[in-house]
Design a protein around this ligand. Structure first.
Ligand code: FES
Length: 106
């Protein structure tokens, strides 16, 4: 398990990006649940965010790729709009323990 951050650092609706060596990940907190994805757009394989820790659209209802605007459901990473429609972000294993969040590599 790899420590990411404490849950307290991610209030409801917040996102946070992480760099672990060559790997980039991000966590989204929505309605009490935490979702961890690889930070790589299925369209071109580049990082999604336009500013550090900014992964959501204006309404904060979907994950958005800053490059061409693809929108992904927060709950499962499925792309509902954009050039990679029908593809999905790669979901990663997340573990919550003692108020902290950990990445569990497959
Ligand atoms: S690189 Fe993400 S939508 Fe094109």
């Amino acid at each position: 398990m790899i420590y990411l951050c404490s849950q307290a650092e991610l209030p409801e609706g917040a996102c946070k990006g992480f760099k672990l060596g060559d790997e980039q990940l991000f966590v989204v907190h929505k309605q009490g649940q935490f979702f961890l994805y690889q930070n790589s757009c299925p369209h071109l394989g580049i990082a999604l965010e336009w500013l550090p820790d900014q992964f959501l659209d204006m309404e904060r209802s979907h994950i958005q790729c800053a490059m061409h605007g693809a929108l992904f459901r927060i709950e499962d990473g499925f792309c509902i709009s954009g050039p990679c429609f029908g593809d999905s972000l790669l979901a990663l294993n997340l573990c919550q323990q003692d108020g902290n969040l950990y990445y569990v590599p497959a």
